[in-house]
Design a protein around this ligand. Structure first.
Ligand code: PLP
Ligand code: ZN
Length: 498
């Protein structure tokens, strides 16, 4: 639909113009900083920052039900800037003009209800939100669209040029960073640091394919992160890790989309997310909090953060929790939920603050953390996909976490679960292969359940010639080969002749 065809009372709000006044807000010393320069941590106390629109009260002149209409009508617009996460422009990057927005097809990912069989097995109604259907096949594209739109905005204003975007990554951040940077080539280039041997071949191929400079570093993600921090302190680079508060804003779109697809009825939802560096759960909580503040939703959903026993610093923090408790980083063990294999989450201060606010606003505890075994992650990952999903190991971690939360009574069969399928199954297909081959015993301690193993069956009929490379069969030979092969397949499938 064209803007002039929309109802009158919506038309004025349909296409946002730059507004608001944004600043960085230090979570440590509360100091505020101008956004005209790129800033990642507080120059005074070193804490992480959040972006705040100090002028956001202006948005209250529009009531909640009108906002809901605005977002719903915007879904009918064809212009690229409004087709992704920026249909929530006022809540993501209100100061960015539409012409500076970078849209590569992110957001608007499908929400797929599990079939009756899987729901019965798990014990509640559940949906997967397939964030693996983003352009670089993970949710990280939401944050990158936001961060790179802002960088593009600064570039187009002539405030920065020749940007070197840099990040440490467990795989998906670098894939997304390299993709969005490549789109802004040549004014933006990218470099990524990966822990050697700890990202999948598929993930490694992504930044390479996008033309990023890729560095493999000995150690784990936490080591790479320290190096990137040192670089960003001493050199002129644009940091694209989730320390970058612009990424958090973009990832809030995940919550906005859940609100929208459930017609803004969020009160009986349980939103389940895997937790690694904790940027995602930060954004998810903040997103719902903002929509509540502006009357767009009436109730906060439950939030269930899930971690593997092999990388569970956040779960440990909230065990025997008391206000003001000190966070203790841990040393991680290998996990098939590799993108969440983080012992010292950068966004932990954000999480601590937001969990408090979230529970306070809800009037009762609504944020919970559960841990699952590597075995549960793999078994539920494969089980989900056997029921028509495309969940990666982290989607499996969510499903395992939901099962755990149900067992603990944190979620009931009255709740409707929305599981974050954070990446596409194909990125982590190596773990599926190893499971099928029974090779996940060490270091994951995972045994392969025979019912979940699936291997290709080789058909090679005896007593007939078979086609060889460059030597196709013809005539009777081909006929014999076809019939013999068909019979062999039918036998494997126990088919009866008609
Ligand atoms: C990054 C990532 C996570 C973890 O998200 P955080 O924001 O680091 O907590 C989970 N799953 C996948 C597939 C990821 O790429
Ligand atoms: Zn500070």
């Amino acid at each position: 639909m064209k803007p002039e065809q929309f109802p009158k009372h919506i038309r004025n709000y349909l296409l946002p113009t730059p507004a608001g006044k944004m600043h960085y807000d230090c979570l440590g010393c509360r100091q505020q900083y101008d956004i005209s320069r790129l800033l990642y941590t507080c120059p005074r106390c070193g804490q992480v920052l959040m972006l705040v629109d100090e002028d956001s009260q202006r948005l209250k002149s529009i009531n909640g039900s009108t906002w809901r209409e605005i977002f719903d009508y915007r879904q009918m617009l064809k212009m690229p800037a409004m087709r992704g996460i920026y249909r929530f422009h006022e809540f993501i990057g209100p100061i960015i003009p539409l012409e500076d927005i970078v849209y590569l097809g992110e957001g608007n990912t499908p929400v797929i209800e599990a079939n009756a069989e899987l729901q019965a097995r798990v014990g509640c109604r559940l949906f997967f939100k397939n964030d693996g259907q983003n352009p670089s096949a993970s949710f990280k594209d939401r944050g990158m669209a936001s961060a790179l739109s802002y960088i593009n905005h600064l570039v187009r204003q002539g405030r920065i040029d020749n940007v070197l975007a840099i990040c440490a990554s467990t795989g998906d951040t670098s894939a997304a960073a390299a993709l969005y940077s490549a789109y802004l080539h040549p004014r933006v280039r990218s470099a990524v640091l990966l822990p050697e041997g700890k990202v999948t071949v598929q993930q490694l191929s992504q930044p390479l394919g996008s033309g990023a400079k890729v560095f493999e570093i000995p150690g784990v993600f936490d080591d790479c992160m320290k190096i990137v921090e040192a670089l960003s302190e001493q050199y002129n680079v644009a940091l694209l890790n989730s320390k970058n508060a612009w990424r958090i804003l973009g990832q809030e779109s995940y919550s906005y989309e859940i609100a929208q697809i459930f017609d803004y009825q969020t009160g009986d939802l349980a939103v389940v997310v895997p937790v690694g560096n904790a940027g995602n759960i930060t954004a998810v909580m903040n997103g719902f909090l903002k929509f509540l503040e502006f009357g767009i939703i009436q109730a906060l959903p439950k939030i269930i953060g899930v971690q593997s026993l092999h990388a569970n610093p956040v779960v440990r923090y909230y065990q025997d929790y008391s206000k003001g408790k000190t966070f203790m980083p841990i040393t991680v063990k290998p996990s098939v939920a590799q993108a969440a294999m983080i012992g010292n989450p950068v966004s932990m201060p954000r999480v601590i603050k937001l969990v408090e606010t979230y529970n306070l606003k809800a009037g009762l505890q609504r944020v919970f953390f559960v841990q699952v075994t590597e075995q549960q992650i793999m078994d539920w990952h494969l089980t989900a996909n056997r029921h028509g999903h495309i969940a990666c190991t982290h989607g499996g971690e969510c499903l395992a976490g939901l099962v755990e939360a149900l067992a603990k009574g944190l979620v009931s069969d009255k709740d409707v679960a929305v599981l974050d399928s954070t990446a596409h199954a194909l990125k982590f297909v190596g773990f599926q292969d190893l499971y099928f081959q029974g090779k996940l015993k060490t270091p994951f301690n995972i045994l392969s359940d025979r019912r979940l193993v699936n291997m290709p069956v080789k058909i090679r009929p005896v007593d007939t010639k078979c086609p060889e490379p460059g030597k196709p069969l013809a005539g009777n030979e081909l006929q014999r080969f076809i019939l013999a092969s068909a019979e062999a397949v039918a036998q494997q499938l126990n088919l009866q002749k008609t």
